[in-house]
Write a protein that binds this ligand. Structure first.
Ligand code: DON
Length: 573
């Protein structure tokens, strides 16, 4: 009896003191992950936020396509089957790791229309006009997805546009059967579905919410995709699709012009990278969020997180401080590299990380002492997916229409939602955007400029071999989600299932509160954090880190669909 009681007390002690030991990646974990609906294989893996899109990607791999071919097919398929977030009306970032270790970054972020200006969302008294940068045509940046996907396919893929886009056309034309996870997305976005062109497609008979097992057919979108398949990129930027969007924009007080579409350019940059405990971490450079991921990792590389403990006040204080310091720099310094000089070399230097570490003492760093921003809300209008093929090529894509269902508008006969990415600019200095981000002058709105993003498609490798492919939606929580997947796997030795699904926390200094998902922090740890001056606020879940891990010993690739996205799926062969 005494023995049993002692055992219970000991287990309680382990739980309360957060000394939980996480198993390392092993065959038994693979089995466990798979029984939880995850997937692994020797050849290829696709993980995305919608099952039909994942299956389409897998089929491309099985038919001999490489990871880029599959990624383009998934990108177009998500534009059909994950309409809140997958898109051709928005933009994003693609990170490619080629089997020989070369890494490429494609920036297809939306750009501001030529008629845009820094004060376009302000009234005569210099106040922000509510909703102008988030709803309707004035909120729309020039979409980059079609040009970005097609460019990547041409340069790094092996298949024809028709081969990779056909499955998406079929999905739109024949429809797909909605599951509960798909329906939940429409339910959550109900408020954004009222514009007649949107309601016509995403409400049943134009009025009712779709139910599980309903078939969603999207004929206009099928036509749009067919035009792109037949005529290529120009169909979207110089042909009838651009004409339809511009006509609708002009009719509804927007500023998009044919010139904006014809002039739209994607760009290919060097990705940012940093080394972390012997791994190479590669992610999105500005205007993306990878600099923030690397800054946090550089700071944390000076500590032994495992020794500081799993979710102890000491380890969390260290991680929170790295988040606060990296976000301060993001908001103050960073912007579109075609317009501003981003001091990324300095921000990512080891000396600078050391100087930031010097600011970390026992108590929480006062957010006022650095540049900060605030976080109010967050939707899931972005989506991330990961692909690895049998040759070891990997692709990480995060793309978005910004808020849930974007600007809530569809131009007649086009069938795709337009983004509200213009809200990611500093719409007014000192004022928060919809994610509560208060950003600096470097991110002011200018014609042709791209707004600063937090999206961080990330690939971790060792000796040129891919180890982890990850990324997430979630606005400003994206870099901290990516950080947690990385440190969970590398520092805490967690298997990928646990690394992705462990409850998360997020901190960026202002409001002066750490956001936590349920059970992220024990009450005892919470007290330890309060002692250091932190306020902790429970929040609903966020993000969807659709990730792949390649076991360095066996080469087996494991895909994990984040439990926060039940409509998603990991598939493998
Ligand atoms: O680029 C960005 O940082 C935002 N537009 C991303 C928005 C987002 O992740 C919303 N979804 N959760």
């Amino acid at each position: 009896m005494v023995g049993v009681i002692s055992l219970i007390i000991f287990i309680n002690y382990l739980i309360n003191s957060s000394l939980l030991i996480y198993p390392t990646f092993s065959k038994s974990n693979l089995v466990r992950a798979t029984t939880l609906g995850k997937a692994y294989g020797k050849n290829g893996v696709v993980v995305s936020t919608q099952k039909d899109a994942s299956e389409i990607g897998l089929k491309i791999l099985k038919n001999g396509g490489n990871a880029v071919d599959a990624a383009i097919a998934v990108g177009y398929a998500l534009a059909v089957s994950d309409p809140c977030c997958g898109n051709i009306g928005g933009g994003g970032f693609m990170l490619i790791h080629q089997a020989d270790g070369t890494e490429k970054f494609i920036n297809f972020r939306e750009s501001a229309p030529l008629k845009a200006s820094a004060d376009m969302y302000l009234d005569q008294e210099n106040n922000l006009i509510e909703g102008l940068s988030t709803q309707g045509y004035l909120a729309v940046g020039v979409p980059g997805t079609v040009k970005g996907l097609n460019y990547a396919l041409e340069k790094y893929g092996t298949m024809s546009l028709k081969q990779v886009i056909d499955p998406a056309i079929n999905l739109a034309k024949q429809g797909y059967v909605l599951q509960q996870g798909d329906v939940d997305i429409f339910d959550r976005g109900k408020k954004k579905l009222s514009e007649p062109n949107v309601a016509k497609i995403f409400l049943k008979n134009g009025t009712d919410t779709y139910q599980p097992q309903d078939l969603l057919v999207q004929s206009d979108l099928a036509n749009t995709l067919s035009l792109i398949a037949q005529q290529g990129t120009d169909a979207f930027y110089k042909g009838s699709i651009a004409e339809k969007v511009v006509a609708a924009s002009e009719k509804n007080n927007g500023i998009l012009s044919l010139e904006d579409f014809a002039n739209y350019q994607i760009s290919e940059y060097e990705p940012v990278s940093c080394s972390y405990r012997g791994y190479q971490v590669t992610s999105s450079p500005p205007p993306g969020g990878g600099t923030t991921v690397c800054q946090m990792l550089n700071i944390l590389s000076g500590y032994d997180l495992k020794q500081l403990g799993w979710r102890t006040p000491q380890s969390l204080h260290t991680i929170f401080s790295s988040m606060l310091l990296a976000f301060g720099d993001r908001n103050h310094y960073l912007g579109d590299p075609d317009f501003v000089n981003n001091p990324t070399d300095k921000l990512l230097s080891i000396d600078y990380a050391t100087s930031l570490r010097d600011k970390i003492a026992f108590e929480a760093i006062p957010p006022e002492s650095i540049y900060t921003n605030g976080l109010q809300s967050e939707g899931t209008s972005t989506t991330h997916y990961s692909v690895v093929d049998r040759d070891g090529n990997a692709v990480a894509v995060t793309y978005t229409i910004n808020s849930y269902f974007g600007a809530g508008v569809i131009a007649p006969e086009t069938g795709f939602l337009l983004n509200n990415e213009m809200d990611d600019f500093t719409t007014k200095l000192g004022e928060a955007n919809q994610f509560g981000l208060r950003q600096g002058e470097a991110n002011l709105n200018e014609p042709g400029k791209r707004p600063l993003s937090s999206m961080s498609p990330t690939i971790v490798s060792k000796h040129n071999q891919v180890y982890l492919v990850t990324g997430s939606p979630g606005g400003s929580t994206i870099p901290t989600t990516v950080l947690q997947v990385i440190i969970n796997a590398i520092d805490y030795g967690m298997n990928l299932n646990d690394a992705v699904n462990a409850p998360r926390f997020h901190y960026q200094g202002f409001p002066k509160s750490v956001r936590t998902e349920a059970q992220a922090i024990t009450p005892k740890t919470m007290r330890g954090l309060q002692l250091r001056g932190y306020k902790v606020t429970p929040s609903r879940q966020w993000g969807a880190a659709e990730s792949i891990l390649v076991d360095p010993k066996t080469g087996i690739k494991l895909g994990i669909n984040d439990i926060r996205k039940p409509a998603g799926k990991a598939v493998a062969y």
